[in-house]
Design a binder for this molecule. Structure first.
Ligand code: OGA
Ligand code: NI
Length: 367
């Protein structure tokens, strides 16, 4: 069986639960102790604290990359290189996407989630394609679930773009999704270009490996994290690396929650106004033969405010074989991954749900 037709248990909308005013969360959202978000307690002395709040992921100004000044251009490229090699997670400003458009996309999606449940249920999704309104990732019966709902849609390739599966209301949402996605996809192409050059490949190497600009995959997942009466017991999104190529995330403008793993610590990302957060996915880890690594991340929730984020997944055309670039395979560093299509690769997370970096790591150990 390749995919499941239906969810293993009746779907409960987390937003509905949260709005019912319950004071404790149902058992199926309670994580085992070792997986819960750990709060810094006041009993720890500052040097013992696990709070890495002074650290943030790199912030890169893209403005100089296309500028005339060679020194500034090289400095910006160097920062992209370091961010990709050392972090796999960074923020970009002056990225070319209109701030107004970012704001209206976020606001309209917030409005979508704040509509009555019946309106949203018209778009209820299934595990066959995941398109539409959803509340879980993975089909394992009895799994401990995350404290979030989402909406998932395809923007690229054009053959998968079906506006009738996108929300009809609020009335300007479809138009704004199109405009927003167009801008974000363009930014994704530009990032692939920079990464290819930094890896010592032809500048169009990665885009071509993804199938070229008309064939790449681009899907939008809008995450809605309702406020939670017991945020210390659960997670909005469990630890995972993104299975695709590159993710371009528009975080909430007021509420933080995204945490990135750095060694043994979880760093809370502090979003810079009007920035996008970009991270490397598993397919670029494979193509770069691990020069770039996908990074584990998760989302914590809080008891005061709902949080909305828009994640654009920029992926390879789903039936192309993805394998380490020949130029990056040497005798000392043989290909670490076998060729695999993205269609085949993503079945894992679609069945198992978020599992840290288990998938990409298990592939590397097979070769
Ligand atoms: C994701 C993701 C982070 C966030 O959708 O894959 O990691 O902040 N989202 O919502
Ligand atoms: Ni993610």
């Amino acid at each position: 069986m390749l995919t499941c037709q239906a969810w293993p248990e009746p779907i409960v909308r987390v937003q509905t639960l949260a709005e019912s005013g319950l004071s404790s969360i149902p058992a199926r959202y309670i994580k085992p102790c070792s997986q819960r978000p750990i709060k810094t307690t006041t009993t720890l002395a500052p040097h013992q604290s696990d709070d890495h709040d002074h650290v943030n992921i790199p912030v890169i100004d893209l403005q100089h990359l296309s500028g005339e000044d060679r020194v500034l251009r090289e400095e910006a490229l160097r920062r992209v290189s370091e961010a990709c090699r050392e972090w796999g997670f960074f923020q970009v400003v002056n990225h070319g996407v209109s701030h107004e458009l970012m704001k209206s996309a976020r606001e309209l999606w917030r409005e979508f989630f704040n509509q009555p449940l019946e309106m949203k249920e018209e778009y209820a999704n299934s595990p066959t394609t995941y398109e539409g309104y959803g509340s879980r990732l993975g089909v394992k019966k009895g799994a401990i679930l995350d404290w979030s709902d989402y909406f998932f849609l395809h923007y690229m390739p054009p053959s998968l773009r079906n506006q009738s599966k996108w929300p009809a209301l609020p009335s300007s949402l479809r138009k704004v999704i199109s405009e927003y996605s167009e801008g974000v996809v363009k930014l994704g192409g530009r990032m692939l270009n920079l990464m290819s050059m930094d890896l010592g490949l032809n500048e169009d190497y990665l885009l071509n490996a993804f199938g070229g600009e008309n064939e790449i995959g681009a899907c939008l997942r809008v995450n809605f994290y309702p406020k939670c009466p017991q945020p210390d017991l659960t997670l909005g999104l469990s630890p995972h690396s993104d299975p695709g190529g590159l993710t371009i995330l528009l975080p909430d403008d007021f509420v933080s929650g995204l945490q990135v793993r750095k060694g043994n610590y979880w760093i809370t990302v502090k979003p810079v106004p009007n920035a996008f957060i970009i991270n490397i996915g598993d397919q670029i880890q494979v193509l770069s033969n691990t020069i770039y690594k996908s990074v584990e991340h998760r989302v914590i929730v809080n008891s005061n405010k709902d949080r909305v984020s828009l994640a654009m997944f920029y992926n390879p055309k789903s039936d192309l074989l993805i394998e380490p670039a020949k130029e990056l395979v040497t005798e000392e560093k043989p290909a670490l991954y076998p060729p695999m299509t993205y269609d085949e690769y993503r079945l894992y997370i679609r069945r198992q749900g978020p599992c840290g970096k288990a998938q990409v790591e298990s592939l590397a150990s097979q070769t």
